[in-house]
Design a protein around this ligand. Structure first.
Ligand code: GLV
Ligand code: MN
Ligand code: MN
Length: 428
């Protein structure tokens, strides 16, 4: 194990690679639409700048870099033969509003660091490697997540072109303004017959590794998620003139539904979040006539997720009835629960053992969504989790990782890829 660790770290040293990977996360943190914070959404000027920067790093690591038909930035590293299939590595470069600097970004930088090492050694594996910085995982701009990875997986849906952002700009128009052809986004798809598998490194976005005192973990699968646009319609009125008992206050109905989400999630062992709420007409002296809110519900299996939603829905309908409101629902996004592939996960476990000496790496079910769940439609996947600091917080500026953990992650990811190469048998 020691020997493998030393070999993996040559020639620059794991710590040096980790410092550089984190410096690159800092550089991208500065590519932001938000004053004093990080926000980088799909098909924005910041997306273009981040791709240009990531493209330079891909080339520095010995790859040919290009932007694909969906706006993902990609780099290819050749295999031992010209017709070799590819192992895909990646994560995303887009962010939520007021984001941390590591969610998604660190995984791309770890992948680039590992290919940089292979390049420095002149290594050629039985497969080529493609590193992808996915352009949209968070779904912030158009409400539908995983657009970049769905395009690569071949599950891009033309109907999504009609989705509009908060300013009414359609995905079709945003793609064209970015310089992409909306009719050709499907060209980003990889041929499943040419893909060996997909490996993604990502920060954990939770406290389990931190609590267990372990720097790295292997992901067993990713929870299934559904997102809804919900609304309560009541009647606006004068905040002074309308007696309390006569009111049809839409916000109170929405608030009752939000509390029901917490109640059901706790009872059913799932996670549910109301992360958006808009009240109209929105004035201190007007009773809310309409409240629109989101729901994100996730569970280990699709059946558990759907059972929780059915209970939440029943309680929301009841809350609406009690206040003479109209409740409406619209499904925004569905992601089925997925499992990582056993042999690829064993390679990740092997990588963790090589890097850390931990013979029984910790296994975690991811409650956060990842590009891997979209790529699962294309190829088997496995994931490496890196411990988060600060109690495991993510999706906010206090997100943190330790440089020593990033060094171990780079070593582990490299060892995992070498293990896949060693065990992989080309088709006859
Ligand atoms: C993405 O970060 C998600 O889990 O929503
Ligand atoms: Mn995220
Ligand atoms: Mn992420």
């Amino acid at each position: 194990m020691r020997r493998a660790r030393r070999a993996a770290a040559a020639p620059g040293g794991a710590l040096e690679d980790a410092v550089e990977a984190m410096r690159r996360c800092d550089v991208l943190a500065g590519v932001s639409a938000m004053e004093g914070g990080i926000e980088r959404v799909y098909l924005s000027p910041e997306h273009a700048r981040a791709n240009a920067q990531a493209g330079e790093w891909l080339e520095l690591a010995g790859m040919r870099a290009w932007e694909d038909a969906a706006g993902n930035i990609r780099g290819s590293y050749p295999g031992a033969t010209e017709d070799a299939p590819v192992l895909v590595l990646g994560s995303h470069l887009d962010t939520v509003p007021d984001a941390g600097r590591y969610d998604g970004i660190l995984g791309v930088m770890i992948a680039i660091a590992v290919v940089g090492r292979l390049h420095a050694h002149g290594a050629r594996l039985p497969f080529g490697i493609e590193v992808i910085g996915f352009a949209d995982e968070e779904g912030v701009r158009f409400g539908r997540t995983l657009l970049g990875s769905c395009a690569v997986a071949g599950t891009w849906d033309e109907a999504w072109l009609d989705l509009a952002d908060g300013d009414g700009v359609t995905l079709r128009d945003a793609l064209a303004a970015f310089g992409l052809d909306p009719a050709r986004v499907g060209d980003a798809a990889l041929d499943p017959a040419r893909v060996v598998g997909y490996l993604e490194a990502h920060i954990e976005q939770g406290p389990l590794l931190l609590d267990a005192g372990r720097p790295l973990g292997v992901v067993s699968g990713i929870m299934g998620a559904k997102r809804f646009d919900l609304a309560m319609e009541g009647e606006a009125g004068h905040a002074g003139g309308v007696p309390m008992r006569h009111r049809r206050d839409a916000l109170l109905g929405a608030a009752t539904a939000a509390l029901a989400v917490e109640q059901v999630a706790l009872a059913e062992g799932v996670v549910g979040t109301v992360g958006e709420m808009r009240v109209a007409p929105g004035a201190a002296n007007v009773i809310p006539g309409r409240a629109e809110f989101s729901l994100d519900v996730r569970a280990a299996t699709d059946a558990e997720r759907d059972r929780a939603w059915a209970r939440i829905r029943a309680l929301a309908v009841e809350a609406a009835g009690a206040r003479r409101l109209q409740f409406t629902e619209s499904l925004r996004h569905v992601a089925p629960a997925t499992s990582s592939e056993r042999r690829l996960s064993e390679a990740v476990e092997h990588g963790i053992s090589v890097a850390t000496g931990d013979r029984e790496p910790m296994e975690l079910l991811s409650k956060a969504g990842h590009d891997a769940m979209a790529i699962a439609a294309l190829a088997p996947y496995a994931m490496l989790f890196v411990r988060c600091g600060n109690g495991g917080v993510s999706h906010q500026p206090d997100e943190s990782v330790e440089v020593g953990d990033v060094a171990l992650a780079i070593d582990a990811f490299e060892a995992a890829i070498l293990a896949v190469a060693q065990r992989w048998q080309p088709l006859a």
